[in-house]
Design a protein around this ligand. Sequence first.
Ligand code: AHR
Length: 503
Amino acid sequence: MAKLYVNEKNKQGHINPEIYGHFAEHLGRCIYEGIYVGEDSPIPNKNGMRTDVVEALKEMRIPLLRWPGGCFADEYHWMDGIGPKENRKKMINTHWGGVVEDNSFGTHEFFELCEQLGCKTYVNGNVGSGTVREMSEWVEYITFDGVSPMADLRKANGHEKPWKIDYFGVGNENWGCGGNMTPEYYANLYRRYQTYVRHYDNSAPIKKVCGGANVADYFWTEGVLKTCYAAPQPPMAHGFMDGLSLHYYVHPEGWEIKGSATDFDEKVWYKTLWKALYMEELINRHGAIMDQYDPEKEVGMIVDEWGCWFTVEPGTNPGFLYQQNTMRDALVAGLSLNIFNKHCDRVKMACIAQMVNVLQSVILTEGEKMILTPTYHVFHQYRHHQDADLVESCITGNSTLDAGEKEYQVPKLQESVSIDKDGIVTITLNNLSTTDSEEVEVAFTELNPSDVSASIVNQEMHAYNTFEEPENVTEEAFTAYEITEKGLKFTIPACSVVAFRVK
Ligand code: AHR
């Protein structure tokens, strides 16, 4: 039996809703087909945005959306995507499948989408192949509420009032697809480009995100911070950056092979979960470097690309990164989100890649059909952590698991716990075992539970949803628990994610 101790009196940090963020790139069928179908589509839409997808994302409580890339961002020229659609330039999407990008989804459409979703906006600018002027004018176009060439152009294009940029990324993966730069070279460009990301509305300053490392590239983190970290002090109220990004994808068999999304054995299951748990080491080690410059943790770690990256589904365009999503993805999501919660003192945002039809998506579409993936259901279960306070928790009597490969040993149970402003405690607990359930006793410090509800995502490890069988994996009510004095008692099934709400 395992015991989960919850000290609901010891608040350890605030869980920024943006930790539950998403990413949509001009890649494969993410934007086109997955989100945007155009006003004339027979698929029900509002101003071109699929109604089914928008409704599902709102139900999941999407807090933030990052756009337009990814690698695409450093080749995107925003002026190609404004004005009458018939006049918009067509371009080749060189990174993703070599298809024609007709720019029918541009700045106006992105902000329309975010308005429909009711979420924050994260725009990623072009440093790799764009100019300072281009970036600066994009910010002016979007956010300036006055008379200026760009504000006038926006108005001429039909949008009188400015929009709000919550976060602005100055380049993407500039160590790779964003220009193959060295950390010092990029950091100097960062200093320069970010200068012209102006705060036209001082009541809502834009949070600037500096391009950070890939996986364990600590050399990049150190080199960038050494060159462009500046402490916030007048007149630089925000220093040079509000966030530093980190990208980490889980490829079970490594970058070259990756591995199938649906066809895997127990060994690969544990290896995948071990790789997902590696996120914690990355946060700790990049965080330790950030602490040297920013001990007060003013600069957020922005994990704006994370998730499983498998071999594409057989018969699909290799450049479209379309993959299925099983219970294994559900566990990767559950583990990663618990890690982000537990490091909410430093991690201020995380965006799973990518929202629809690409990599570890929460939604898949096929024509007019839409399905929710196991990952969607986990995000829905975890939504109550958003804007809550992390509280102290620990598990005793936990065991470790592997499938004969000690290198990839994982704990059986993993959790995070928060308390919201109404005093309701949310516990999210994962059972990583493919075969064994576990009896769990929860002990609170003071809370005598009187009002409890719970849900579970639980199926055999390979289970996934298809367009023919969309409900193989769903979120269901979990009622098999007992309320005890100052606690709970239940058996968590193998291969499951459970979420409790306790008052
Ligand atoms: O999410 C797919 C790609 O992965 C992004 O475009 C890029 O930033 C990363 O390498």
